[in-house]
Design a protein around this ligand. Sequence first.
Ligand SMILES: Nc1ncnc2c1ncn2[C@@H]1O[C@H](COP(=O)(O)OP(=O)(O)OP(=O)(O)O)[C@@H](O)[C@H]1O
Length: 652
Amino acid sequence: MSGLRRFLSQPRSVFGAGFLLLLLLASLCAPLITPYDPHSLEFDPFLPLSAQHWLGTTALGQDIFAQFIYGARLTLLVGAVAGLIATLLSVTFGLAAAYLGGAVDEAINTLINVFLVLPGLPLVIVASAFLRGGGVWPVILVISFTGWAFGARVLRAQALALRERDFVQAAVVAGEGPGRIIFREMLPNMAGLIAANFFGAALYAVLSEASLSFIGVGDVSLVTWGTMLYWAQAKGALLQGAWWWVAMPGLGIALLGTSFALLNFAIDEISNPRLGGGKFRLPPLRRPAQAGAGGNPDALLSIRELNVGYLTPGPTVRAVRDVSLDVREGELLGLAGESGCGKSTLAFAVTRLLDPPGAVLGGSVRLAEHDLLSLSPEELRRVRWKEFSMVFQASMNVLNPVLKIREQVYDAMQAHGVTDKAKLDARARELFDLVGIQASYLDTYPHQLSGGMKQRVVIAIALALEPKLIVMDEPTTALDVVVQRQILQEINDVRRRLGISIIFITHDLSLLVEMSDRVAIMYAGEVVELAPAHQLYAHPAHPYTQQLMNSFPPMTGPRTRRSGIPGKPPSLSAEIVGCPFFERCATRMPGVCDVKPLQTFPVAEGQTAACFLYDPTVSAALKDNALRDSQRAAADLQGEVSREPSRSVNLN
Ligand SMILES: Nc1ncnc2c1ncn2[C@@H]1O[C@H](COP(=O)(O)OP(=O)(O)OP(=O)(O)O)[C@@H](O)[C@H]1O
């Protein structure tokens, strides 16, 4: 959805922009709306509300409605111009300080600090008093130059944080110039804050102008909402019962502030795609798989017909579709599949860590006696770490840099009632021993540890309360291969020693086959094959699994071509009819696989596949045809390889 459509689809932006636009139009077309001159003193004083004078008249006989409409012109002008100048100054100083750093940063920071300690309104009063005459411009200038410092400080802080972000560093490495980095990489990420700065400064200007006028500083011969308040107070409007003379400019300022705030929210939401919740649009759910959906009552973790989606402004992204899986006690269940197939979404949903716009759309997750999806936040707090824990890819970044490792290891245990210092120390040492780190590292800070050690610390924390289940989503991906191997070995040892169940997620199928008891293969949000690891290795059943296995070159034997899997997975926002792998499948059966609702079929002992090649109701002739075609295609491919001149490989 385009930015404008998203803007128009939100009630708050429609109200905010609607009121502002209405006011702007009314003030610009004032002569068409009211026949009266706001300065004209031609009427009787204090006339009540009537058809001729919608808001009555002032003590001097001016039409209040005309004053309100014409007064909006200068009030809006003050807000817009002072807001713009102050924001421009804030952005320029804030970005220059953050980007240029060094002496420039110090100089700007000092300037910001000086302006921040200057008392705002008294300074405006003094400066305006000196600059009397010249209409509203002195007020605008004074307000602009006294109102930029706070915004500059906030923008500087955000720019400093952004400058360290990976995408900005990548742009620097790619050789982008400072202008492009600031305007293309950094500024769009600051749009929400800049908008907030503008609306804040504009409101400050409107309120300051009103306050200055109210106390008689500034040019009270002009018509603004501020001067209306001044005259109403000076002429005793409330004593005369003419409350609308006070109420109208007051209400105008309040509504203007509200519309600024609403517009600010709306711009923040549009400029930040992560806040774009959008409407809940749920595509129809596919029938749940039948075979294998019954579940094993002895399983420790039982996931049933789980559906998870991302409620984006467009169609819902159905990232996990009717997934049913069991994890047994002490089992290591591997979960593999290509990028974007929904592995992490499944892990986040199971551990209740899914953030909006992600949402569980249906299904259940039971861990021992706990129905995980219906636990209250308090129940979840009690169960998490004690019954299940998780380790994610960049988990090492969760370590607080200013706290010693010991305190961070203690935290989870203390939150669950272990307070005895001796017990905490003994347990921390035991955990470090388990994950292969010397206990002396307990008294270091995270920056003193290597990436591998930090990841081991996180694994130790995940083990601290001996949970029944640990969900590990690519826990070693950020580490080098040697450290990866060591840590995986330790994870496996610990699991065997403590009898913990693990869901282990990775792209690396060969690794998974080596360490798992069973492996589930995901494709386009669905589990397409589930089998004991050795069975999956020796006899992969689903064509997708076969092609995945085929993507890894064998260590021994003749040279064969690794072609990868042609094509790409279907869009997860669309409804998928039949098998999601149909388009890429070498053994597809048109008229069956692209038409029938997908089901899971038993293949061998403990092995199931969501593939119609194992559907007993599909004729053997059709299956034979499909298999023959795919074998012919494979033979053609190998023929091409053998015709290519061979290359020798030097391993030295
Ligand atoms: N916040 C989000 N909003 C919309 N779609 C999302 C969001 N997060 C993930 N997705 C989509 O959900 C799908 C599944 O993503 P997920 O990260 O679970 O896959 P994955 O298999 O873990 O991938 P990887 O191995 O690369 O981490 C992808 O198509 C992704 O684009």
